[in-house]
Design a protein around this ligand. Structure first.
Ligand SMILES: [Zn+2]
Ligand SMILES: [Zn+2]
Length: 112
């Protein structure tokens, strides 16, 4: 279910707009959702290449390039400043795990 960003150059991703309208999932916060489905116990620095801030948010991102993942929403660890920047197109750091954002395929199976 997870996607790992390519190890050489990263991937070009976009921070999706208006994700605050989507509410919360059964995990409580989206960064908790990311930890659970990326199978990590600690949160890394922001996924945006060149940013050394600690990630605090689980951002909804999607691929900008035409790949088989296009159109799917993923959750990525991101700092608060970058997460405020909706429509931001950025290059990811390499080797980061992205968790699926679709609750139907993750936590909504168990959520109340
Ligand atoms: Zn969740
Ligand atoms: Zn950042």
């Amino acid at each position: 279910m997870t996607y790992v960003t390519t190890s050489e150059n990263g991937d070009e991703l976009m921070n999706e707009p208006s994700t605050s309208l989507r509410g919360k999932c059964g995990c409580g916060t989206w960064i908790e959702h990311w930890k659970k489905y990326a199978e990590k116990t600690t949160v890394p620095t922001c996924i945006v290449a060149g940013c050394n801030e600690q990630a605090t948010d689980g951002a909804h991102v999607e691929f900008t390039q035409q790949t088989k993942f296009k159109g799917l929403t993923y959750i990525a660890p991101m700092c608060g400043d970058h997460n405020k920047d909706h429509d931001l197109v950025f290059t990811s750091k390499p080797g980061y795990r992205l968790a699926r954002g679709s609750q139907a395929e993750t936590c909504a199976k168990k959520a109340k």
